[in-house]
Each structure stands twice: as structure tokens, then as C-alpha cells.
Write a protein that binds this ligand. Structure first.
Ligand SMILES: [Zn+2]
Length: 159
């Protein structure tokens, strides 16, 4: 009687280590063992976790967006870039601040679909090109993926 082989299964999605960073200043916690939810550098942002290839490095501007496409948090550098303060941005739509580089409806829907998928837990990081709402001629490559807690979409603009 033959017995089935036991063999290692290669995961379909390569596992990327997670990175922790502050939702306001974008920096990793000063104390890598930090268990508090609030950043130990600026004391203003919550500590978030995302895949290392998604997490902002240094001063890259970013926004955290929920499944309803509402802004939950915005980094200090994004506040400067988009000329808005986080308290005035929270609960407003992502598209009040960032829109696809292409003005057409298909591009708009594609961007929103990427954000909803990421906020709903889709694995991996997707890339697209966006521009600040109401501005033409200024483009940013953006990467989008899941961040938490709680699960939401992270939109990082390439610095
Ligand atoms: Zn901070």
C-alpha cells in the first residue's frame, strides 16, 4: 500500500515581513518592543502595521482610507503636500484629495476598486499613478495595500 508524500508547499504570495510606523509622523517606533498604540516619537499618531514593501519610508506622504473610501488618518507630510490638516480631512472622501492621473471614469473606478480591495484584506501591494484633486501636471506614483489595526487601505505616495 503506497502512502502519500508529504512535501513542503510553496506559498503563492511570498511573505514579506511587516513594518510598524506612526500614522502621523511616519517613523517606526523608537522602541521596537513598543506595545502602546500611540507613537513614542511624536505622541500624536497611532502605531500602524503594514508589509515592509508598502510601509512609508522616511517622509513619504500617506493616507489611511477605510472601505467606505473615507480618510481615517493622514501623515504630517501628506498634510503639507495636500494643504489640509488631518482633523479637517478625516471622514472626507479620498477623492477629495487624490484622484487618478487619468481624468476618465474608468480610471476613477479602478483607483477606488484598488482601495476597497486593500481595505477589505486583499494581499499584496498594487501601484498606480495619482494626482492631488484639482491639480494638473503634478503626479505621484502611489502604492496601495492593507494596513491595520483596524484593517484599512494605505495609500503611500512615492517621495
Ligand atoms: Zn509619530
Amino acid at each position: 500500500m503506497s502512502r502519500p508524500f508529504l512535501r513542503a508547499v510553496t506559498p503563492l504570495v511570498p511573505s514579506v515581513p511587516d513594518a510598524r510606523f506612526c500614522g502621523h509622523c511616519g517613523q517606526p517606533p523608537r522602541d521596537p518592543q513598543l506595545t502602546a498604540r500611540v507613537c513614542d516619537r511624536c505622541h500624536l499618531g497611532m502605531v500602524l502595521t503594514a508589509a515592509q514593501d508598502l510601509a512609508p519610508n522616511g517622509r513619504e506622504p500617506f493616507l489611511v482610507v477605510d472601505r467606505q473610501l473615507a480618510v481615517c488618518a493622514m501623515s504630517r507630510s501628506a498634510e503639507r503636500l495636500l494643504s489640509v490638516e488631518e482633523p479637517d480631512a478625516v471622514n472626507r472622501l479620498l477623492t477629495d484629495f487624490l484622484v487618478p492621473a487619468d481624468a476618465d471614469t474608468t480610471a476613477q473606478n479602478a483607483l477606488l476598486a484598488l482601495v476597497v480591495e486593500a481595505a477589505s484584506g486583499a494581499a499584496g501591494v498594487t501601484r498606480t499613478v495619482v494626482r492631488p484633486a484639482g491639480e494638473f501636471g503634478v503626479f505621484f506614483e502611489a502604492r496601495i495595500g492593507i494596513v491595520g489595526p483596524p484593517p484599512a487601505a494605505l495609500v503611500v505616495l512615492d517621495g
